[in-house]
Design a protein. Structure first.
Lengths: 155, 288
């Protein structure tokens, strides 16, 4: 049976990390399973966790008053969800709901912050990698905002 | 004083001929989504198959409303009617989309360059955004017809929302086939949508690409093309392996009026399908 440390290199965010850093991170993680429709995290609640998807798909939703929630992104195996854990006591900005049966590694945010404080090399490397993910999400979010397929847009 | 040179009579006749539409009768008009329609047309004076290459376009003329360049969206190998998929965005396209069976439209063409679909065993990665799937559909038909000796075929298709996706029944049929890897995404959706949500360039990371034996065909809004080309480059695909459709300002379709001239290129005559290498300098330029 694979341990969390065995599973981490399968997630692109952790690819190439030193073995000792993987061991440190693995100490903060545990496996979770979400059935279709089940929430992994909810908008507004304190973001204590950070998720790395191994199987399945998770829809990132935002609530809209008097309407159904809007799904703004779907995460797939290898993707990670959440960076609010970087700062203590931050709420989730979005909800994450399993679209299909989903297996993920859930990391305790306080534990991760503690490891990053103790080992700044690990902290820098993890923050650098999370920043790349954030930059890519921002880039694609800007494209969504452009509404390139909207009425009046050329195609 | 030098007298203005008069065009040769034969050349003048050829120019006039090039601008003369042929009459085509609407056989069917199917609504694809709220503003996009697929029309089947048959020649009034010359019935029979309409020969074209995947990626070519016709000038469609709604009499009294105007003429617009529209890519052919049917199967180049099928003997059936001429098929166009049109989005109603202006006076001419609204009139074309409103044409009922039996009504007559003008057609000039086919014009322009074509998608490189004769590449035999190369893998083909087709990336479409919005109504950009329509100009790529003839290429998909040709690629699907390659048979077992053909390379892998991947289609990444992105739309605004689930109800805006084109060719829904056909996408479902392709999803069942083993010879095409189809991935569809939308920019936003309600919780009932179980497919992917996100922009189509993000799907590029989710397919296996062998840069040495892959050709990419990309069509959609230019912003989407730009993001997609960047994603393909990150995966190691050389610019020479990427082909894009650039449909700017086409008016006469025969390289005479100059409306679509972008430096040395006339989009209507030299495109609308271009090797990306040839037009990369134009991306991000508002005007030349």
């Amino acid at each position: 049976m694979k341990t969390i440390a065995d599973l981490l290199p399968e997630i692109p965010l952790f690819e190439g990390l030193a073995a000792e850093h993987l061991e440190l991170l693995a100490g903060c993680g545990h496996n979770v399973v979400a059935e279709p429709g089940e929430y992994l995290f909810r908008e507004g609640r304190t973001a204590n966790d950070f998720f790395a998807l191994r199987h399945g798909a998770v829809g990132i939703e935002i609530s809209v008053p008097a309407r159904e929630p809007i799904v703004v992104q779907t995460l797939h195996p290898g993707d990670v969800a959440g960076w609010s854990w970087i700062f203590p006591a931050q709420p989730w900005s979005f909800s994450g709901r399993a679209v299909e049966r989903t297996r993920a590694i859930s990391f305790d945010g306080a534990c991760l912050r503690g490891k990053c404080e103790e080992d700044h090399e690990l902290g820098y490397e993890l923050m650098r990698r999370v920043a790349i993910v954030m930059a890519e999400r921002l880039r694609f979010t800007r494209m969504q905002l452009l509404d390139v397929y909207g009425r009046g847009a050329a195609a | 004083m030098v007298a203005a040179r008069q065009p040769e009579p034969a050349a003048a006749a050829g120019a006039a001929e090039a601008m003369l539409p042929r009459r085509f009768r609407v056989l069917a008009n199917r609504q694809e989504n709220e503003d996009t329609f697929t029309l089947e047309l048959e020649g009034v004076d010359e019935p029979g198959p309409f020969g074209f290459e995947p990626g070519q376009f016709n000038m469609l003329y709604a009499f009294g409303a105007g003429e617009v360049p529209i890519s052919i969206s049917g199967d180049p190998a099928a003997p059936g009617p001429l098929v166009h998929t049109v989005r109603a965005v202006g006076a001419a396209t609204r009139a074309i989309c409103a044409a009922r069976p039996g009504e007559v439209l003008g057609v000039r063409g086919p014009y322009g360059s074509s998608w490189p679909v004769a590449g035999g065993s190369l893998d083909a990665l087709v990336v479409a955004g919005g109504v950009g799937l329509a100009p790529l559909r003839p290429a998909l038909y040709s690629l699907l017809a390659r048979g077992p000796e053909g390379g892998r075929l991947m289609l990444l298709y992105g739309g605004r929302s689930p109800d805006q996706l084109l060719f829904g029944a056909e996408l479902e049929r392709w999803r069942q086939r083993e010879d095409i890897d189809l991935q569809v995404t939308v920019d936003a959706a309600g919780p009932g949508w179980t497919g992917a949500v996100g922009v189509v360039p993000a799907l590029v990371d989710r397919v296996e690409i062998d840069p040495a034996r892959t050709v990419a065909l990309v069509c959609g809004p230019e912003v989407m093309i730009g993001f997609t080309v960047a994603a393909l480059a990150e995966r190691g695909l050389p610019p020479g392996a990427i082909h894009v459709s650039m449909e700017r300002n086409m008016k006469c379709a025969v390289g005479r009026c100059g409306h679509c001239q972008l430096g040395p290129e006339f989009v209507c005559r030299d495109g609308a399908v271009f090797p990306y290498e040839r037009v990369r300098r134009l991306f991000g330029l508002r005007e030349v």
